[in-house]
Design a protein. Structure first.
Length: 289
């Protein structure tokens, strides 16, 4: 009988005893190794989610909700006096009735905002007849003077849908320069000043066709008024709204800029917020794997 030193512990080789002891010792070592590996794998991560990952998720959420699209629709009477925009009551320096106050849309001020009309439908009439004039108007033309702190307006048609941007102040004074749209209604975009009346028509570069036009709001604007421009013979001082009939239906959207969050209704804003939080959750899960 001869004694040998075994690497797994002292033992004596005799018949098959050594082999069985070596296998048992090797299995014992393997179990210790595997148990240690499993403990290390199952231990929770000690690292926090990096701050930059959290900031990225918040940034994506902020970018998503900072550029909202606010859609609206307004009915605009054929008697809607665009020259009464911002006033408490209608005016009629030319006589013939002042009509009704123009339709109003309010929004938060902000640079880079614009309005696009996706649909303007309906008919009006200027002279006690059945409504037959579409949003782009009919010949012969319009050339009405400034009033109430607003500009005048000139165009090659009459009874067209018109608009004006205002801030929170009541307009007064001489008003800005008059824009002339005679033969010039196919513009791609327009940037009117506060109080400067402008041609909208059906909101497209052609009558019932063409590209949608973009109307850029002044940075301090908070109100958009829609109405029609009327006067005796469609020239001189405004008035003679009493015999108008019909209405236009305008569907439009305000986009761009960074308006107040109240612009987005909560049901519309919630999915945008959840999408940003979902990115954060994905980053957290990816980090923990």
């Amino acid at each position: 009988m001869r004694a040998r030193i075994d690497p797994f512990g002292p033992t004596v080789s005799l018949f098959g005893l050594k082999r069985r002891q070596k296998v048992a010792a090797r299995d014992h070592v393997r179990r210790r190794i595997f148990r240690n590996v499993e403990c290390r794998r199952a231990a929770p991560p000690t690292e926090e989610i990096p701050l930059k990952s959290f900031a990225l998720a918040l940034a994506l959420t902020a970018v998503t909700v900072s550029f909202p699209l606010q859609a609206a629709s307004l009915s605009v009477s054929g008697q809607a006096n665009i020259f009464a925009a911002g006033q408490a009551a209608v005016t009629q320096p030319g006589g013939g009735g002042g009509g009704v106050l123009p339709s109003l849309f309010t929004f938060a001020a902000g640079a880079g905002q614009s309005v696009t009309f996706s649909s303007v439908t309906g008919f009006t009439n200027c002279c006690n007849g059945a409504p037959t004039t579409g949003p782009d108007g009919d010949a012969p033309g319009t050339n009405i003077l400034p009033a109430n702190g607003l500009s005048g307006i000139a165009a090659s048609s009459l009874m067209f849908l018109a608009g004006v941007f205002l801030d929170d102040a009541v307009p007064g004074g001489p008003g800005p320069a008059t824009l002339d749209f005679t033969g010039n209604t196919a513009f791609a975009s327009l940037s009117p000043l506060l109080g400067q009346l402008f041609f909208i028509g059906d909101g497209r570069t052609g009558t019932g066709a063409g590209a949608f036009q973009q109307f850029n709001a002044p940075a301090t604007a908070t109100r958009l008024y829609l109405g029609v421009a009327d006067a005796l013979g469609f020239g001189g001082q405004h008035g003679f709204y009493v015999d108008n009939s019909g209405a236009y239906e305008a569907i439009f959207a305000l986009s761009g800029g960074n308006p107040n969050s109240s612009v987005i209704p909560v049901p519309a804003a919630l999915p945008l917020l959840l999408s940003g939080l979902g990115v954060f959750g994905w980053l957290a899960r990816r980090r923990s794997v």
